[in-house]
Design a protein around this ligand. Structure first.
Ligand code: TMO
Length: 327
C-alpha cells in the first residue's frame, strides 16, 4: 500500500477511535446472551457482569430461564454465559458437558459455597442434638406442620439428591418441592414469625445470613464416593448417605463459541471473581433493601468500584476506555 494512503488510514482510524465511544470497538460482535436464573444473587451478579461488559463496549441481552434449562441453552449456544455455577447442585451437569466439550469454564469465583438443609437457630432447642442429622430421626414430627409423624423439608427448583438422601439415611421426612425462592422465603418467614420449627434448603453466600440466624444440618461429610459407590458410608446398599460439599466451588460457564466471538470478554470473565460477602450483599440489595435487579447492580458497582476497576484493568479490555473507567 502507498505510504501516504497507509498514513491517511492510520490517522483516520485514530481520529475515529478518539471521537467515538468504545462501543464502536465491538459494535460488530453480536450481543452476549446472559442467563438469569432462579435465585437472587445470580440475577444481580448477571446484571453486574452485564454492565461491566457494556462498559467495555459489548452489548448484552438477558434470558430469564430456570436452572434446569441452562445446560441445554449453553450447550446449544442459545445462551452464552451463566455467572454462578454452584458445585453442590450443578457439578454433575457442568462436568458432564465440560467433558463432552459442549461448554467451557471461565474460571472460579473466590467464593466458597454450601447448599444444604438449614434451620433457624431457635429450632435447636426444640430438637436436641441438632445440627447433627441423627437428631432429625427423633423429632421429625415437629417438622410435620400437622401433627403427623413425617417431617417436611422444603426445597426449590434446583437439582438436589434429597430424595436419595432421605432414603439412604432413613430419615422420616418428605421432600416438598416449592416453585421458586420466593415461595421458600415465604415458608421460612411464616415459620419464623410463629417461632415454629422449619427445615428448608438454603445456601451460602445468600441474603438470609444477613437477616436470620441459623445453621446447616451436619450430615456425614461429602465425598465423591458417596455419590458413586453403594458400599461407601453408613448405608452399604445406597448412595447419598452423606451431605453436600461444604467448601464448594463457584464457577462461570460459557458457550463454546465465547472465546472466539468475544475474546476480550472471555479474558475479563476470567478476572471477575466475587467473594462470599460480595455475593451475599448483591442478593441482600434486592431481598432486604428492595431494589430491583438493575438498581442493585448499579448500587453494587458504586460500592465495589475498586474491585471491578481492577478486573477491567487486569483484563486490558478497557485500555481505550480510561475516561469511562474513572467516571
Ligand atoms: C443454586 N442455589 C444457589 C439456589 O442452590
Amino acid at each position: 500500500m502507498h505510504i501516504f494512503v497507509h498514513k491517511l488510514i492510520q490517522v483516520t482510524l485514530i481520529a475515529v477511535l478518539t471521537v467515538l465511544p468504545p462501543a464502536s470497538l465491538y459494535a460488530k460482535s453480536p450481543a452476549i446472551k446472559i442467563l438469569t436464573l432462579d435465585w437472587t444473587s445470580q440475577v444481580v451478579v448477571s446484571h453486574i457482569v452485564g454492565l461491566l461488559l457494556q462498559k467495555t463496549g459489548y452489548s448484552v441481552t438477558y434470558l430469564a430461564e430456570t436452572s434446569i434449562s441452562q445446560w441445554f441453552l449453553l450447550s446449544s449456544k442459545k445462551a452464552n454465559l451463566q455467572v454462578e455455577v454452584w458445585q453442590g447442585s450443578m457439578a454433575n451437569d457442568f462436568n458432564r458437558l465440560l467433558d463432552r466439550k459442549l461448554i467451557l469454564s471461565a474460571g472460579d469465583h473466590a467464593a466458597q459455597t454450601r447448599e444444604e438443609w438449614w434451620f433457624p437457630s431457635y429450632v435447636r432447642e426444640k430438637c436436641p442434638g441438632l445440627p447433627d442429622w441423627h437428631a432429625l430421626k427423633n423429632c421429625s414430627e415437629i417438622f410435620s406442620g400437622s401433627g403427623g409423624s413425617k417431617g417436611k423439608y422444603y426445597t426449590g427448583p434446583w437439582e438436589k439428591p434429597d430424595h436419595a438422601r432421605v432414603r439412604a439415611l432413613g430419615l422420616p421426612f418428605e421432600v416438598v418441592l416449592l416453585k421458586d425462592s420466593n415461595a421458600l422465603r415465604n415458608k421460612l418467614e411464616t415459620a419464623i414469625q410463629a417461632k415454629k420449627p422449619v427445615l428448608i434448603f438454603n445456601w451460602t453466600p445468600n441474603w438470609i445470613e444477613s437477616v436470620y440466624e441459623g445453621e446447616f444440618v451436619e450430615f456425614p461429610a461429602y465425598q465423591l464416593a458417596c455419590e458413586t459407590q453403594n458400599s461407601w458410608g453408613i448405608n452399604k446398599q445406597l448412595n447419598w448417605d452423606c451431605g453436600n460439599p461444604k467448601n464448594g466451588w463457584l464457577k462461570k460457564a460459557v458457550s463454546t463459541n465465547f472465546p472466539t466471538t468475544w475474546p476480550c470478554a472471555m479474558t475479563l470473565l476470567k478476572y471477575i471473581s466475587f467473594s462470599n460477602k460480595q455475593i451475599a450483599n448483591a442478593a441482600a440489595l434486592v431481598e432486604v433493601n428492595g431494589l430491583d435487579y438493575e438498581e442493585a447492580a448499579q448500587q453494587w458497582l458504586s460500592v465495589n468500584s475498586s474491585t471491578w476497576k481492577k478486573w477491567l484493568a487486569d483484563s486490558n479490555c478497557t485500555s481505550l476506555d480510561d475516561k469511562k473507567l474513572s467516571e
